[in-house]
Design a protein around this ligand. Structure first.
Ligand SMILES: O=P(O)(O)O[C@@H]1C[C@H](O)[C@@H](CO)O1
Length: 301
């Protein structure tokens, strides 16, 4: 008999308890969940019929401790689509276990969410990326996972998903195609990209040698989140879209003067927030195209 406990408060029963608590307090039944990255809480601002819960008030819910993460769960509608937005997330570096970091994703699954859109702020490693570029995530590198910091380590509860999930198609091809097509229709083509996101644990920004290594490994951008949430979402059978805002350029060269800092990350978030919001709203309003043959006619990028 396996006696190893995963975490004291992330069992199926805990997730169910939190889900039931929320379902008994809201009439909203979201199909799409959006996680707002650093400084991107504004993405939830346009929703209608809003109902908001503070993370502190939700049983077992992890509470954000970082500036730029408001710590609110916002239910509402984008056009006619029922959505739930996380205005702020928690990170490994805040001291949370990865099952706590990903706890909200499992709540969404039990609530009936089918698609999750995970956003973040990241540093650009690719030479031709500029501050303010929007990168649709094609794939990721789970660097903490290589060192055993993985949300699916420990006993597997089949009610959440299978023991050995496949990650080669973690980011839905159709959603990526739709996002690029919407970006092009909105006139964003010269600052919308598709690339590979690498997660590091943080909280420090990278050394130059680390940044060079990550770039050589195939990463286009680097950040401190997203991968655990996406891994747990894919494990649970959710459709995933990842959107990364390039908030700063990562120094790959000892002669460069720029120094990464959280203030710049938040400022870039503010600068692009409205455009990201438009991208997200348009994408969600065109979501039904995914399940019809209109996908065939979208531009291929
Ligand atoms: O939550 P995200 O990944 O958007 O936040 C990034 C990573 C760190 O939390 C912070 C660094 O500025 O922004």
């Amino acid at each position: 008999m396996h006696t190893k406990e995963k975490c004291c408060c992330c069992s199926f029963e805990n997730v169910k308890e939190t889900t039931d608590w929320l379902l008994s307090r809201t009439r909203h039944r979201p199909k799409i969940a959006v996680v707002c990255g650093s400084g991107l809480g504004i993405l939830a601002d346009g929703v209608t019929n809003k109902q908001t819960f503070s993370y502190e008030d939700i049983p077992n819910f992890p509470v954000s401790t970082v500036p730029g993460h408001e710590g609110r769960l916002v239910f509402g509608y984008v056009k006619d689509k029922a959505c739930v937005f996380m205005q702020g997330r928690v990170h490994l570096y805040e001291g949370y276990t990865l099952c706590k970091v990903t706890y909200p994703v499992r709540i969404f699954k039990l609530m009936g969410v089918e698609t999750i859109i995970v956003t973040n702020a990241s540093g650009g490693l690719c030479e031709d990326y500029k501050v303010g570029d929007i990168m649709i995530i094609k794939d990721h590198i789970n660097l903490p996972g290589f060192a055993g910091q993985h949300p699916l380590c420990g006993p597997n509860d089949e009610r959440f998903g299978i023991r050995f999930p496949c990650m080669s198609d973690a980011y839905s091809k159709d959603l990526r195609k739709l996002a690029l097509s919407v970006g092009s229709d909105l006139g964003y083509s010269n600052f919308i990209r598709e690339g590979v996101y690498c997660m590091v644990s943080g909280p420090n920004f990278e050394t130059i040698a680390e940044a060079r290594m990550l770039h050589i490994l195939g990463s286009d951008s680097v950040g401190m989140s997203t991968v655990p949430e996406v891994t747990v979402a894919k494990h649970a059978g959710l459709r995933v879209l990842g959107i990364s805002l390039i908030t700063n350029k990562v120094s790959l060269d000892y002669s460069r003067e720029e120094k990464a800092n959280h203030e710049e990350v938040l400022e870039t978030g503010q600068m692009r927030a409205e455009m990201l919001q438009k991208l997200l709203q348009t994408l969600i309003s065109r979501y039904d195209q995914l399940d019809s043959n209109q996908m065939e006619s979208l531009n291929s990028h």
